[in-house]
Design a protein around this ligand. Sequence first.
Ligand code: AMP
Length: 286
Amino acid sequence: MYLFKRVDQLREFLNGARTNNRTVGFVPTMGALHDGHLSLIKRSLAENQVTVASIFVNPTQFNEASDLDKYPRTPGKDLEKLAKVGCTVAFLPEVSDMYPEDLDTSLSIDFSPLDETMEGQERPGHFAGVAQVVKRLLDIVTPEYLYMGQKDFQQQLIVRDMTRQLSINTTVVTVPTVRETDGLAMSSRNVRLTDDHRQRATVLHQTLLSAKEKLAAGESPSAIENWAMQALQIPGFRPEYFTIVNADTLTPLPDTEDLPKRIVACTAVWASEVRLIDNMLLRGQL
Ligand code: AMP
């Protein structure tokens, strides 16, 4: 595996690697890698000759300084995991190289209605930061394929929208959420859960599964949302939102029989100081 820390070194390598119709797949991450991240990398390895994984804890997408400080960082272990699955290139840039003072990396893109609910509402500036870092990384890597996790459902829709609005020549591939055996969605933040909260964090997945059954049984989306907010209210846990929306536009559903083809339920729940998110398609496929 090649390891690059500098933008110019990575660019030079990719210029040389991109011959004979070879395609480049790209997986942006913030590190503290787990099997969820590795599933994106394996998918890219299966579909491209070159796979670049970046590890960069992007300061511009954190709306709380303490969350940025507490974000787990395990670069040594991450590199071992990447090498073990056969990743072609690991890219670990410095903040100063990602956002040089003499380069304007700011973006002003209108993502409405996609950024108006859920994470967009709860984490002001978050998606502007995500768009900024993904745009900068896409400029550097120029991949044919970009792999994003379903785990961050709203994020993959916004990144898709950005590539469309800016006519960026990359295909976004969304990879299903990888879960622990008890159903908890894998997340770098899970290591911060106490043993007790870790055990009970299955409530997110269980509530999403029940919501799917309830929608199939004909219950109204708003009744299910209300039920879910109660179900998530277990000791030590504080649900922030449980929202059932059109999975393509993230707009609310009509309380009629005339439901869209793809429906997603997304939730964010605080387990003490740790913020967990999860989602499930209640109708339709990825
Ligand atoms: P992060 O390091 O949290 O920014 O995540 C990097 C990428 O991995 C994003 O596209 C995430 O959606 C994806 N990802 C994170 N957790 C999972 C998971 N459990 N299953 C699938 N993809 C994931």
